[in-house]
Write a protein that binds this ligand. Sequence first.
Ligand SMILES: *Cc1c(COP(=O)(O)O)cnc(C)c1O
Length: 463
Amino acid sequence: MAPHDAFRPALDRAHGHALDWLDSVPTRRVAPSATAEDLEARFAGPLPDGPTDAADVVDELAAMCEPGLMGIASGRFFGWVMGGTLPAALAADWLVSTWDQNSAMRFATPATAAVEGIAGRWMLELLGLPSTAAVGFTTGGTMANFVGLAAGRKAVLDAVGWDLHENGLTGAPRITVLVGAESHVSVDLALRYLGLGAPRTVASDDQGRIVPEALGEALANVDGPVIVGLQAGNLHSGAFDPMRECVRLAHEHGAWVHVDGAFGLWAASSPLYREALDGLDGADSWATDAHKTLNVPYDCGVAIVARTELLRSAFGAQTNYIIQGDASPADPFEKVPEMSRRARELPVWAALRSLGRSGAVALVEGLAANARALADGLSRLPGVEVTNQVVFTQVCLSFGSDERTRRVTQRVMQDGAVWMSGSRWRDRDVLRISVSNWSTDVDDVAASIAAVRRAIAAVDAEG
Ligand SMILES: *Cc1c(COP(=O)(O)O)cnc(C)c1O
């Protein structure tokens, strides 16, 4: 018996089901055909008394889940902001589970720690961020925001002489957090986890970009420690906050600057966005998702902090030792909230290795080109208005009244050939498209325009 014989039948079945799924993605409905309630009702039952063969378990799981799977991997999935999966990243993710490394300490899991270092450096190069910054791998953008803001919390309290680790926040000087009016709710959540309460919002313009003059005024009116949260990639418009001016204003006031770039930070890889993101590298911390624009499997966020020692002092377990000047490279667990975790940096390395710089840039520019193509095609349909300036991957559509927009959105979802989300932006209901999948092609764009046309016709036929 080979050592892998205990695993082989189950792995072979999983491999088969994975290939079947990938084969089905281009033609299957994008929308699931069963609800969570349907599936719960069908598969409810007590925990079985005895064991089941591993291969049979895999078959049962695949059969059970099949009708309830959302085609997030499809080139016609445009919901929320969710990427697909590049082949190299998916295969690397299989190895992550197989190798089962607890990617925490350099000496214990040297392979994953080394890959983490390389993947992080490649990202800094690709995005034009400071080469000496620390890079930590989190579950997602929310936790990447948490990490950047935690480093900021530590830094601004250090600056006023408050020992956060010793004293906690009770009795600490109040930290004011300023964000644009269209900052993502994930930033609010991260601030809540950090005990910093709700941020103060600053006016934003018609594309959701923070207004620098308003930020300047807000900064002039606060005393004490300040964190400024900027955004690279607005959920509705795709727009980027004016970085250089905002970073300058914030730093004049001694504020920490964190950038939420969950999907938009990747734009910094392309010369097309050099102007829109000018000054991005001057911030103190950045958050992004690899499971969005880079198209690695869920879950993977990336937190970047310009000053490594600050990140280590926020998350490292041996804080005092580190503060005294530890020049050794940070362990993976010293840069994120988790001590134990999967080696989610491996799919990031694999994605970047398979794409190379030119491929990564082409991926980002391709998503934006498809967003423009969708906006162009859809704006030619009768009664359709594109409500944002399409500058990146996001497109918002109105179909006239809020009522009509909601009915068309409902129809698109029922039809199921594509998936787009309903949302509300700038006091209007919208159908929102996010182009985040590497595999979207001209046929997907044409099929998606056709699906929206069908939905409009169905709504008009109802009268
Ligand atoms: C998706 C998103 C987040 C949250 O990221 P998660 O990976 O879902 O935790 C934060 N900010 C923006 C702009 C996003 O699009």
